[in-house]
Design a protein around this ligand. Structure first.
Ligand code: CO
Length: 156
């Protein structure tokens, strides 16, 4: 495992439409290990592969409900809405107010290629929506009602 550099807004990789994973191999496992180490070191709620320069449809989410590895994830239904604060490890020092669905259902594959579904609500749903947007080159600042600077020591 190794800690990876998190690319920042302005890097073109963050604007790519990421490719589906087709090989569920050791290389994917190594990518997931690096993403887990990096998101934990950065105290993030989630990280998408393009944020470490890899344009593949791979996301990790680290929330109260658990640690999730989502490969080729797709939102299959959504319900309600919530407006709240959001930040991104690729947009350091800023936060914004973003409206998201309150509840989402998603389909994804695990590291072995097996299909699963999940249901997420509240902050977990927000994290799923935020991270899946990264896979299509979308950042929260594209959707935020307002974006503001955080105090220097609090780099959400
Ligand atoms: Co982000």
């Amino acid at each position: 495992m190794s800690l990876r550099y998190v690319v920042q807004n302005g890097d073109p990789v963050l604007r790519e439409k990421c490719a589906e994973v087709t090989k569920f191999d050791k290389e994917l496992a190594a990518l997931l290990a690096d993403m887990k180490e990096t998101v934990r070191a950065e105290n993030g709620a989630g990280l998408a592969a393009p944020q470490i320069g890899v344009p593949l449809r791979v996301v990790v989410i680290d929330v109260f409900e658990g640690f999730f590895e989502l490969i080729n994830p797709v939102i299959i239904s959504q319900k309600g809405e919530q407006s709240g604060a959001e930040g991104c490890l690729s947009v350091k020092g800023k936060q914004g107010t973003v409206c998201r669905p309150y509840k989402v259902k998603a389909e994804y594959r695990d590291r072995h290629g097996k299909k699963h579904k999940l249901t997420a609500e509240g902050f977990f749903a927000r994290a799923v929506c935020h991270e899946l947007d990264h896979l299509d080159g979308v950042l929260y600042i594209d959707k935020a009602d307002e974006v503001y600077d955080l105090p220097a020591e609090d780099n959400g």
